[in-house]
Design a protein around this ligand. Structure first.
Ligand SMILES: [Zn+2]
Ligand SMILES: [Zn+2]
Length: 145
């Protein structure tokens, strides 16, 4: 019998999978050693192992879905009809671009950002640069130099 580290139930060894990572290389002795403790079984029972494996798989699936969702707009601006514009959200309340805030929706005016509208950054390149500059200036001021 062996206690599962997750559900804390004491179960027969048959309820645990064999631990394949049991042998570890012992550099001192120069050979593979069995880890102490072990009954040669995993710490978690089969039921818990499956639950955990399932959760990880779901998480991976979810991450892939999130990525697909975030990537859905990648390059979308390339497929827009000629003359399509996009409104820059501006920096400090206004667009700093001389032609803004309504600017042609392409990568000349906006940097690419897959998860945003048309796959473009909400701010035009000028505002984006202004924001970066502002950010660094604030950082500099905070440091006091
Ligand atoms: Zn368990
Ligand atoms: Zn702008």
């Amino acid at each position: 019998m062996k206690q599962c580290t997750l559900c804390k139930q004491i179960k027969p060894l048959d309820d645990f999978y064999d631990d394949k990572r049991l042998s570890v290389y012992d550099a001192k002795r120069g050979k593979k050693m069995r880890k102490n403790s072990s009954s040669g079984k995993q710490a978690r029972c089969k039921a818990c192992h499956m639950k955990v494996a399932h959760a990880t798989r779901d998480k991976k699936k979810q991450a892939a879905a999130t990525q697909r969702y975030q990537e859905r707009n990648r390059g979308l601006w390339k497929t827009l009809p000629a003359g399509t514009t996009k409104k820059c959200t501006g920096y400090q309340g206004e667009c700093k671009h001389e032609e803004g805030p309504e600017l042609p929706a392409n990568d000349k005016y906006f940097s690419q950002k897959a998860k945003c509208k048309y796959g473009l950054n909400p701010r035009c390149r000028v505002c984006h640069a202004a924001e970066n500059k502002g950010y660094h200036a604030r950082k500099k001021a905070a440091r006091g130099d």
